[in-house]
Design a protein around this ligand. Structure first.
Ligand SMILES: [Zn+2]
Length: 325
C-alpha cells in the first residue's frame, strides 16, 4: 500500500489569489513548496489533480513538472478521491503527486492549493465524515493533518498581494493577432519554459561562468560540453535595477494588462549565483520595492498569445519570516 510521505500546503483557505494567478500557477507554486520542503524526493512519475483545471493548464503543469507530454493527469472531483486514486496505483514503486487547487473566478476569498507526494510506505488515510463544502476546506483539513507539511499562508513568503484581486482578467481572445513587441514564437517559448519557470541556469566546468537561462552554450567561453544545471535561489534575489512601464511604453502583448491594471514594474534581479535576470514586478500597485530590496519570485501569468496564456516568474517583496531563507 502506498501512503503520504510528504506534504506541502500553499495558500490555505481564506487567502485570495492575485489577478495574475490561475489554477496552473497555484498548482506549480504548491509543487515548488513541496519540492523545497522535501528536496530528497524523486521526480513524480504520475500526477493526479483535484479541482478546476483547463486542458491548457494541465499541459502547462505537465511541462512544469518535467513529465513526458501526454502524461495522464486525471481530474478528480475531490482531494480525497484524488488521493484514493493515487493510492490505487500499484507496481511502479515510484512517486505520485496529488495536487488540489481551488480558484474562484476573479480571485476571491477561498482560493487554496495543496501538493502531496504519495509513495511506498504507510497506508493512505482518506478523511472520513461528511465531505467538506469546498475543496479549500478539504485542503485545509489535509494540510493540518500532515506531519511536516510546509504551510505557506497568504502569498507565501512574500508580502500580501496589493493588486486588486477582484479586478477582472484581461480578455483572452483565441486567434488574436500576434504582438508587434517582444514576440516570442510558441516553439521558442516552449524551449525556454523550463529554464524561465524554474530559474534554471548552467555552470561551465571550464571557466566557471553561470549562464541564465540555461541554453547549452556558455556565455563566458562558448563551451557546449559538460555544462551543469544550476537552480537559482528563487527567493534570494536582490533588486539591481528597477523601472516602471507606463501606458504606451509596453510591448503590445501587455496592452490588456496595462488597460486593466495600469503601469507595471520591471526589475533586473541579481542572484547570489552571480547572474542577473529581467523579471516583471507582480502586485505593482504600491510596491515598496527599491534598489537593493530582497525579493522572492513566483510563477505568474503574463499575457495572452495565440489563444493561450503565457507565464513567467515575477518578483515580489521578500518578507522576513520562517519561509524567507
Ligand atoms: Zn565557459
Amino acid at each position: 500500500m502506498r501512503g503520504v510521505v510528504a506534504g506541502a500546503a500553499y495558500r490555505p483557505e481564506g487567502s485570495a489569489a492575485a489577478w495574475d494567478e490561475d489554477g496552473f500557477t497555484l498548482a506549480a507554486s504548491a509543487a515548488e513548496a513541496l519540492q523545497e520542503a522535501r528536496p530528497d524526493l524523486p521526480r513524480p512519475d504520475s500526477v493526479v489533480v483535484a479541482g478546476a483545471f483547463g486542458t491548457p493548464e494541465l499541459e502547462d503543469l505537465t511541462r512544469f513538472l518535467g513529465l513526458p507530454a501526454g502524461t495522464v493527469v486525471p481530474r478528480e472531483p475531490t482531494l480525497a478521491s484524488a488521493v484514493a486514486h493515487a493510492g490505487s496505483v500499484t507496481g511502479t514503486g515510484g512517486l505520485t503527486l496529488v495536487i488540489g487547487v481551488q480558484l474562484r473566478a476573479g480571485g476571491q476569498e477561498g482560493d487554496a492549493a495543496l501538493a502531496l507526494a504519495i509513495g511506498e510506505g504507510a497506508s493512505v488515510s482518506v478523511p472520513t465524515g461528511p465531505p467538506p463544502e469546498t475543496l479549500g476546506a478539504e485542503i485545509s483539513g489535509w494540510s493540518a493533518g500532515i506531519a511536516g507539511a510546509r504551510i505557506l499562508s497568504g502569498s507565501g513568503s512574500t508580502a500580501p498581494s496589493v493588486a486588486g484581486a477582484s479586478t477582472p482578467d484581461p480578455p483572452l481572445v483565441p486567434g488574436q493577432p500576434v504582438a508587434q513587441g517582444a514576440y516570442v514564437p510558441w516553439a521558442r517559448y516552449l524551449e525556454a519554459t523550463r529554464a524561465h519557470w524554474s530559474l534554471v541556469a548552467e555552470r561551465c566546468p571550464a571557466c566557471g561562468t553561470v549562464t541564465f537561462p540555461a541554453g547549452r552554450v556558455c556565455r563566458g567561453c562558448g563551451a557546449r560540453d559538460g555544462l551543469v544545471p544550476l537552480r537559482l535561489g528563487r527567493d534570494s534575489g536582490v533588486i539591481a535595477a528597477l523601472t516602471t512601464i507606463g501606458p504606451g511604453g509596453q510591448p503590445t502583448e501587455f496592452d490588456p494588462q496595462v488597460d486593466a491594471h495600469g503601469p507595471y514594474g520591471v526589475a533586473i534581479v541579481e542572484f547570489p549565483e552571480g547572474v542577473r535576470a529581467t523579471l516583471q514586478v507582480a502586485d505593482h500597485a504600491g510596491s515598496p520595492l527599491a534598489l537593493g530590496s530582497p525579493v522572492a519570485t513566483r510563477l505568474r501569468r503574463t499575457y495572452p498569445m495565440e489563444g493561450r496564456w503565457r507565464y513567467a516568474r515575477k518578483v515580489l517583496p521578500r518578507a522576513p519570516g520562517p519561509n524567507s531563507d
